[in-house]
Design a protein around this ligand. Structure first.
Ligand code: ARG
Length: 703
């Protein structure tokens, strides 16, 4: 039986660490001892010969890594797929390995020149021969997997490597006799771990801990019940023994310096073909196009990063660089993903940043009917803040009511086809909803550097502004507010009670009085504390002038709520002369509409507070319609709610003392949102004085 098993090895005559192509080689150039390497290799050779036949391929001068025959190619039956090395440092090995296989009578398959795949280093057969585990992420390209499936007629399971110390699959993964698996899970992304767990039952998974993993414990040669490996821990040895294996240790320190051990130094060239297999592979690919100031705006990097981070891989098919600063670039990128779900996830993110499907591949969007009111079909496309178009019956239709986290509902009337962004609960039976990610495009302008620098909100594109920049932001916001007011535009403020506690109430009142605010959104609390302050001079029982708690002050806000409830509404309380100043007073007096959304912790509430949340969201939506700018003042809850309802293009300024809130909100990936980490009372006071400055008669002295 054993004499039927053959391995290919290559004597270490020319072995050395001559260059660095993996992290293990770093700092080890010419540091491995020749004598020791030769001795260790011969020991390994000897052990393997006790269990199998060893064939030798002649070593070649100038190709020091040729000892690692695992990377010669991938064998199954009488077929071999020859490696295409990722690094030029090893590409010279290819013809020598090819010659050896041809001489042995193998059917040789060669991958395209630019499609890296590093043989049995990155592709390991299940020991029962049922499928092929194939790695990608560092050396081998995901796009090689479909070809392996085709040529070897076997199911391929693609696993993504994410830790560069484990750059080849065989450094962290070793299928064993009897369906066992020796592996180091952190070397893989979570999707891949999930795939592994689906195929290998937990009692057959032998997990290696990091100290053994970095000693290349997974880089083991398995011949029936024998496992030949570098020195490992007692714990791992006993785990293997308990699973019925015989562990044979042999030192391979000199090869570790090049990033290899027992398995890398061998290639099993007898891999019997199992009868019931068939080629299947999940890998999918699609081509997308991106146009615009791709480099200037960093968009191309962003796109490629999100493909890789999402678990896919890419190939840039074309890149036409815009030559002048004002001209745009065009890129065509082939995206591959190990499954349909991953492809969809990546595509929807690419669409979000403006990627297009090339015209010749454009298809109509896939539609599925709403079967239950308020429920979308499973695979529905989730909308973003960016203007979106959907292709129905060959025409591109612009979505109405663009907002985040909605579904796209398509209706056909005599006026033609309509596409609307709808929140789930509003979907109705009879509507068609867009599923999947085909036939959808997002319109995103990528700004050129010049444009970004001259746009008013340009300085804000960097996201969160530091304390030093607060004044600059205030100047810009004041300028913007003034312009919007003068052209009769719309600014909406969403504010939390902190505005009142920090003494910002009088400044916000001023803004409303002067016509800078066209709508106010908040909760019960801001109104209560504002009215408490105007009626009793305290905010949550604290004297606003002296900053000290007033005796019995904690009951103030309830008295206030009660008084307003007696009048029936805030407006009536204002008319009756109960409320004579403050934010709510100014709203009533200046006909600025407001919406107060209730929550579980509300006391009272005030009669104006909308405790039906669905209605409250609708009221918010109503007031936000047509807004050009939104000031978000110290309220995470209401700001996030507002952010989700707002399409891109609306300028948002988020002010909060907590950087996390600001980051969250200014993270819309659009130039028009800006965060300011500062005390909101201070911000408002600076804003008011800046606006006053703009209103003062022009004086030459100011320059
Ligand atoms: N220095 C070689 C490289 O980086 C080591 C190859 C190890 N081989 C393996 N199958 N893991 O390519």
């Amino acid at each position: 039986m054993t004499d039927l098993i053959r391995f290919l090895m290559c004597a270490p005559d020319h072995y050395d660490v001559d260059y660095v192509i993996n992290p293990w080689m770093e700092g080890n150039i010419h540091k491995s001892s020749r004598d020791r390497a030769v001795e260790q290799w011969h020991k390994l050779h000897h052990i393997i010969k006790e269990h199998a036949i060893v064939d030798l391929v002649p070593p070649q001068k100038g190709w020091p890594d040729m000892v690692f025959t695992a990377n010669a190619g991938l064998v199954l039956g009488n077929t071999v797929v020859i490696s295409r090395f990722y690094h030029k440092e090893r590409q010279g090995e290819e013809p020598h390995f090819k010659e050896w296989f041809l001489n042995q009578g193998f059917i040789v398959h060669e991958l395209p020149k630019d499609l890296p795949f590093e043989g049995a280093g990155d592709a390991l057969l299940d020991r029962e021969g049922r499928y092929l585990w194939a790695g990608y992420g560092f050396r081998s390209e995901l796009d090689s997997h479909p070809l392996l499936a085709k040529w070897l007629d076997i199911e391929v399971i693609s696993l993504r490597l994410i830790d560069d110390r484990f750059y080849h699959l065989d450094t962290c993964f070793c299928p064993l006799t009897g369906g066992y698996l020796l592996y180091y899970p952190p070397a893989f992304d979570s999707y891949s771990n999930h795939l592994i767990e689906m195929r290998v039952p937990s009692e057959k998974r032998i997990v290696v801990q990091e100290p053994d993993a970095v000693n290349f414990a997974c880089n083991a040669v398995n011949i029936n019940q024998n496992i030949i490996m570098n020195k490992v821990s007692e714990q791992l040895k006993s785990n293997l023994t308990n699973a019925g294996f015989n562990v044979i240790e042999t030192p391979l320190t000199e090869f570790l310096k090049a990033g290899g051990a027992a398995k890398c130094l061998t290639l099993r060239v007898t891999e019997p073909v199992m009868p019931e297999r068939s080629a299947t592979v999940q890998v999918e690919s699609r081509v997308v196009r991106m146009e615009g100031h791709l480099l200037d705006s960093g968009l191309i990097n962003q796109a490629l990063d999100l493909i890789v981070e999402g678990g896919g891989s890419f190939k840039v098919l074309n890149f036409n660089l815009g030559e002048q600063r004002q001209s745009t670039s065009l890129a065509e990128v082939k995206v591959s993903a190990p499954s349909h779900e991953i492809m969809e996830e990546i595509m929807s993110q690419l669409i979000e940043i403006g990627a297009l499907v090339p015209t010749e591949d454009v298809q109509d969007a896939k539609l599925e009917p709403v079967e239950k009111n308020g429920v979308a079909p499973d695979d529905f496309y989730v909308t973003t803040i960016y203007p979106t178009e959907v292709r129905v019956k060959g025409q591109w239709i612009r979505l109405q009511n663009q907002r985040m986290d909605g579904a796209i509902a398509i209706t056909e009337t005599e006026n033609g086809i309509q596409a609307k962004c709808k929140i789930l609960r509003d979907l109705e039976v009879g509507e068609q909803v867009v599923v999947d990610v085909v036939g959808i495009r997002t319109i995103r302008k990528t700004e050129s550097r010049e444009k970004r620098n001259t746009e008013e909100f340009s300085f804000m594109s960097a996201g969160v502004s530091s304390e030093r920049r607060v004044e600059l932001v205030v100047e810009q916001v004041a300028w913007e507010l003034r312009q919007i007011r003068d052209r009769g535009g719309k600014v909406v403020v969403t504010a939390g009670p902190v505005v009142i506690h920090t003494g910002g109430g009088s400044h916000l009142s001023h803004l409303i009085r002067e016509g800078y605010v066209q709508g106010l959104l908040g909760g019960n609390a801001i109104a209560v504390h504002d009215i408490e302050q105007s009626m009793m001079g305290t905010s949550l029982g604290v004297d606003m002038k002296r900053g000290v708690a007033v005796h019995g002050g904690h009951r103030h806000h309830l008295k206030v709520i009660n008084a307003v409830r007696r009048h029936g509404s805030i407006a009536k309380a204002v008319e009756a002369g109960l409320i004579t100043k403050g934010v709510m007073y100014e709203c009533v007096k200046n006909n600025v509409p407001f919406a107060l959304a209730g929550s579980i912790r509300d006391d009272g509430p005030l009669p104006d507070t909308q405790m039906d949340l669905i209605k409250a969201q609708e009221e918010y939506g109503e007031l936000l319609r047509g807004a050009e700018m939104i000031l978000m003042l110290s309220t995470m809850l209401h700001s996030i709610g507002v952010g989700n309802m707002t399409p891109s293009g609306v300028k948002m300024v988020c002010v909060d003392i907590n950087p996390a809130v600001v980051t969250k909100l200014s993270d819309r990936g659009s130039v028009e949102s800006v965060g300011v980490v500062t005390d909101v009372g201070l911000f408002l006071s600076l804003l008011v004085s800046q606006l006053d400055k703009l209103t003062r008669p022009y004086s030459l002295a100011e320059g």
